[in-house]
Design a protein around this ligand. Structure first.
Ligand code: GTP
Ligand code: MG
Length: 195
């Protein structure tokens, strides 16, 4: 899928700032620092449209990217970042959960996990929610450039087992460094958007 016009349509710290539910949305969720914003940049072919940081907790709002007025990609804050005040954590969790539960035009949710680590209890909880909500259950296993290729199947199996996934085809090993599997995920998004 190719796009012409990409716009950061809205940065929302509150529900009242969400754009109208007139376009379908695809959201990316996962732990702080897993690479959600980096993925969105790579997907959109823009280096710095979504702000990223080596420090967890960079994205603190819900950011809506409008693609050709056809659909939106949604970048969310991360969860599970320990080094943040309870109040701040509660605020981000509220933002994330409110969006996921209330958004009527939410078409698909991708879970991002770090390929190097076994998914956490919060990842399992999020993935269970994704499946229970009727979404497909796609997983993007980021930072594939950080493991050796001969360890790939071991890491994929760990993710598959922990998240209780039957179909390994739902898991994409991915790297924002070398864009491994980006075209495959792009094709998958195209299917979702045209479906
Ligand atoms: P929050 O907004 O804090 O929730 O984080 P995020 O999930 O949006 O992560 P972000 O995209 O900001 O990336 C976090 C850090 O990981 C940055 O330093 C990125 O450069 C790095 N990073 C993201 N994806 C990859 C990847 O595939 N490979 C490598 N090596 N680094 C990555
Ligand atoms: Mg981010």
């Amino acid at each position: 899928m190719k796009f012409n016009q990409i716009e950061l349509e809205q940065v929302a710290g509150f529900k009242s700032q969400w754009p109208a539910e007139n376009l379908e949305e695809i959201a990316f969720v996962g732990r702080s620092n897993v690479g959600k914003s980096s993925f969105i940049n790579a997907f959109l072919g823009r280096k710095n449209l979504a702000r990223t940081s080596s420090k967890p907790g960079k994205t603190r709002t819900i950011n809506f990217y409008n693609i050709d007025n056809k659909f939106r990609l949604v970048d969310l804050p991360g969860y599970g970042y320990a080094k943040v005040s309870k109040a701040e954590k509660a605020k981000w969790d509220k933002l994330i959960n409110e969006y996921l539960h209330d958004r009527e035009n939410l078409k698909e949710v991708f879970l991002l996990v770090d390929i190097r680590h076994e998914p956490t209890a919060l990842d399992v909880q999020m993935y269970d929610w994704i499946i229970d909500s009727g979404f497909t259950g796609f997983v993007i296993a980021t930072k594939y450039d950080k493991i050796s290729k001969n360890k790939l199947s071991k890491h994929i199996k760990a993710i598959k087992n922990k998240l209780n996934i039957n179909d390994e085809g739902l898991i994409f090993a991915y790297s924002s460094e070398n864009k491994h599997n980006l075209s495959v995920i792009n094709e998958q998004v195209e299917v979702i958007v045209n479906n």
